[in-house]
Design a protein around this ligand. Structure first.
Ligand code: ZN
Ligand code: FE
Length: 255
């Protein structure tokens, strides 16, 4: 049985995700922008939080950890590389480490670029990837600490997951990300179709995440840096994939 997934809006435009195994009762949260909405949802569902999974050190992903841990006693997991700037960790993780949760064993992927020490959690049996501010819906995180080459390598690891994987990312930035995607590839019909779907969801108050990896491949410019049509659109035929990615990221910063 796949894990249950709940997408929880927090703060202005952040998301936390709850995962729950109804058999064992294991309940996790990925990132803690704010403890209050998470505690309210746990109590509404009568779930007892067992695990807190952190993707990276930015305050909008960890601000509520202290309060949530105090209220629930949940175990805190996060990157060993960022131990010095994360809340106290019970389990410090590196790429390839196993994350047992209910009936599943997740795996840690290093997805540095937005920050150094940014990790993603992949629960393959349930088809879930928690990507924080690395791969995002129709976009990727800004490069605050890592290089374009590093982020491109990180995105390639996520792009190797199965098509049906649900990408659970940390922010509601999809609308503005799609405006940029359309500016880069005006002739891509999948971007226009996705834009309509996202506008409808947002108008109805629904999150635009999680998103399928197949849809990201078709519309996310940062996953499309290796495509001949993207290189042609940028006038960068013959350039390396990483160079095209770097150009896209630089253009997005100015967009
Ligand atoms: Zn961040
Ligand atoms: Fe963030």
């Amino acid at each position: 049985m796949p894990l249950e997934l709940v997408t929880l809006p927090c703060l202005a435009d952040n998301y936390a995700y709850l995962i729950h195994d109804p058999v064992s009762g294991a309940t996790g949260v990925v990132d803690v922008p704010d403890a209050a909405p998470i505690l309210a949802e746990l109590s509404r569902r009568e779930w007892a939080l067992s695990d807190i999974f952190l993707t990276h050190h930015h305050d909008d992903h960890i601000a509520g950890v202290k309060a949530l841990r105090a209220a629930t006693g949940a175990k805190v997991w996060g990157a060993a590389a960022d131990r010095h700037r994360l809340p106290p960790l019970d389990v410090a993780l590196a790429e390839g480490d196993a994350v047992p949760f209910g009936p599943e064993v997740g795996v840690v992927i290093d997805v540095s670029g937005h920050t150094l020490g940014h990790i993603a959690y992949v629960f393959a049996d349930s088809g879930l990837a928690f990507t924080g501010d690395s791969l995002m819906a129709a976009g990727c995180g800004r490069l605050f600490e890592g290089s374009p080459d590093q982020m491109w390598a990180s995105l390639q690891k996520l792009a190797a997951l199965p098509d049906a994987t649900q990408i659970c990312s940390g922010h509601e930035y999809t609308g503005s990300n799609l405006r940029f995607a359309a500016a880069m590839e005006p002739a891509n019909p999948a971007i226009a179709a996705r834009t309509l779907r996202v506008m409808k969801a947002r108008a109805e108050g629904r999150p635009s995440v999680p998103s399928r990896l197949s849809g990201e491949r078709a519309t996310n410019p940062f996953l499309r840096a290796s495509r001949p049509e993207m290189k042609a659109a940028l006038g960068m035929e013959g350039e390396s994939d990483a160079a095209v990615f770097a150009e896209l990221r630089a253009r997005k910063d100015r967009f």
